[in-house]
Design a protein around this ligand. Structure first.
Ligand code: ZN
Length: 160
């Protein structure tokens, strides 16, 4: 069968940036399982693997607008130290849970720490990057009734 809506797919992937540096890869580990057509992987990649068969591979380049969006200067903000009570250890590069202006939870990355404030960035780490994926389809099967009901893949290590 081919990769189609609700199929359970195992895929190997290698992700490089424009400079050709490997940012992430499943090679040497277990392939990544996902249920197709459910937004479990980024939309541009999902579109590219639609219709592929086991053993096929392809290269997919995604512009920022099809991947994690553009870098937004507005998403870089200062948070005064007094708003950070309860956090013992702050380090540049660490992720913090914060809220956007609508009160939705958002993960921000610490860019800078001074005595009075920290600077955080709510942009995705890959915002503004063109992503170059090489993917290969390792297996494709029909989802079980339970998987369809839950909307995710059940593996051997799954607790339910
Ligand atoms: Zn489940």
């Amino acid at each position: 069968m081919t990769v189609k809506k609700d199929a359970v797919v195992e895929m190997h992937y290698t992700l490089k940036n424009d400079a050709g540096e490997v940012l992430d890869s499943s090679v040497g580990k277990d392939p990544m399982p996902f249920m197709h057509g459910r937004g479990h992987i980024i939309a541009g990649l999902e579109k590219a693997v639609e219709g592929m068969k086991v053993g096929e591979s392809c290269d997919v380049s995604l512009a920022p607008e099809d991947a994690y969006g553009f870098h937004d200067k507005e998403a870089i903000q200062e948070i005064p130290m007094e708003a950070l009570k309860g956090i013992d250890k702050l380090e540049v590069g660490m992720n913090l849970q914060s809220q956007d202006q609508h009160g939705n939870p958002v993960t921000v990355r610490v860019l800078k720490i001074t005595k009075k404030a920290i600077t955080v960035d709510a942009n995705h780490q890959l915002a503004g990057e063109t992503l170059h994926f090489n993917v290969s389809i390792e297996s494709v099967r029909e989802a079980t009734a339970d998987e369809l009901k839950h909307g995710h893949v059940h593996s051997a290590s799954c607790s339910h």
